[in-house]
Design a binder for this molecule. Structure first.
Ligand SMILES: [Cu+2]
Length: 398
């Protein structure tokens, strides 16, 4: 905006202004405006510079945090077996998917599979659950050793079977050299009280009432939870609905899905957790009940025409399971373990990380039926079982 020299200037309506003087005023005004603009510009530049350095500082802090978490510094776990020994920078180790010793087949043959059969329910008003917490080497695939943190002596921890209305009394005994805890998804309870950290050498008990039926996860809830679950601290609890409310099943199996993120191949020395891979969700192994392909070597069994019920829980820590049985449909699918209603003839059912689902199949033709997550990267990394219907000879992989 500029005033024409011939126009009256506000405040001087009746006075003609000398064009010369007007030019001077104009120049003066422009100079003042320029001055103000330069001042504002300087302020903006200074502010931007400050913002940039703040952003830079924040980015650096975030990077430091990741690097520290990777090396265990922020959690006081540096040098702890099973914690972030792979690197101090945010770089994942190479993939060790599919690593195997020469005698992998013989190892797989000789190893007893994790019992997938649903154990009997404990009678009486109280189910006593004693969970010892240990740091120990487990096998997660034929010949692959891993520095795990466990409930009991393996991953997953023991399958717990309760009935609706029973009280579950949990006693944790921490035999490990660091704090751990347990979080039961089946519980309605103040987590700051019941799921608190238990120090090394200590025991702690709490009780909750089983108020909903289904298959639920339990896991260590100590920070960083990602690391504690990835290291093997999870298991399943099945809560039966009232007797007679579910259709009958001839066989019942519990399958727990989980991923493993390895700092090394685990062949000669036990691998530990690669926290960068865990953050990036790039596992080396994905398993049913903690061990790759164990039910391919030692299949689950059924006879033609039987109803087989799968209680499926996905421990993650991060993957979901797309539950699918090759060669059949899920006759009944209690999605998200809502045991009040089921869907029929489902091809693939989602089981969320930290969630559960219950699925019935009834297979008439004898044969070998792979039980998978239809997210097929997981199959390649070991999450495949076989259901052998009718004592079918031979084996297959899928
Ligand atoms: Cu833990």
């Amino acid at each position: 905006m500029a005033y024409q020299a011939s126009q009256p200037i506000t405040g001087l309506p009746h006075q003609q202004v000398d064009p010369h003087e007007a030019r001077h005023i104009l120049i003066g005004l422009v100079a003042v405006l320029l001055g103000v603009a330069v001042g504002v510009l300087i302020l903006v530049v200074v502010w931007m510079g400050d913002s940039a350095s703040t952003a830079q500082r924040q980015a650096q802090a975030a990077a430091d945090k990741v690097a520290a978490a990777t090396s265990g510094r922020t959690t006081g776990m540096a040098g702890m077996p099973g914690m972030g020994t792979s690197t101090t920078a945010a770089i994942a180790t190479p993939s060790f998917a599919g690593a195997a010793p020469a005698n992998a087949d013989a190892i797989a043959d000789a190893r007893k599979a994790f019992p997938a059969e649903l154990p009997a329910v404990t009678p009486g008003p109280v189910v006593a659950v004693n969970l010892g917490i240990n740091h120990e080497v487990v096998q997660i695939a034929p010949g692959i050793k891993y520095n795990a943190w466990t409930f009991g002596h393996g991953a997953p921890g023991p399958v717990i079977h309760a009935s609706l209305g029973q009280t579950v009394r949990v006693t944790l005994t921490n035999n490990a050299p660091m704090a751990h805890s347990v979080d039961f998804h089946a519980a309605r309870i103040a987590p700051n009280v019941a799921f608190r950290d238990v120090d090394p050498g200590q025991s702690f008990s709490f009780s909750f009432k089983a108020t909903a039926p289904g298959v639920f996860m339990y896991h260590c809830g100590t920070k960083p939870v990602l690391a504690h679950i990835a290291n093997g601290m999870y298991g399943a609890i099945v809560v039966d609905p009232p007797a007679g409310t579910l259709p009958a099943a001839d066989r019942q199996y519990v399958l727990v899905a989980s991923e493993w993120y390895l700092s090394s191949d685990g062949l000669k020395q036990a691998a530990s957790l690669d926290m960068v891979k865990a953050h990036q969700m790039t596992p080396d192994w994905v398993t049913w009940n903690g061990y790759a392909g164990q039910y391919v070597k030692h299949p689950l069994t059924a006879m033609p025409g039987e109803t087989v019920r799968f209680w499926v829980m996905d421990a993650g820590p991060s993957f979901t399971t797309a539950f699918h049985v090759v060669g059949t449909l899920l006759n009944r699918a209690w999605i998200n373990q809502d045991m009040t209603q089921y869907q029929r003839n489902v091809q693939t059912a989602l089981v969320a990380a930290g969630g559960g689902g219950v699925f019935d199949v009834k297979i008439d033709q004898p044969g070998l039926y792979p039980v998978v997550s239809h997210s097929f990267a997981s199959v390649d990394m070991g999450q495949v079982a076989l259901l052998n219907v009718g004592n079918t000879a031979g084996t297959m992989s899928h």
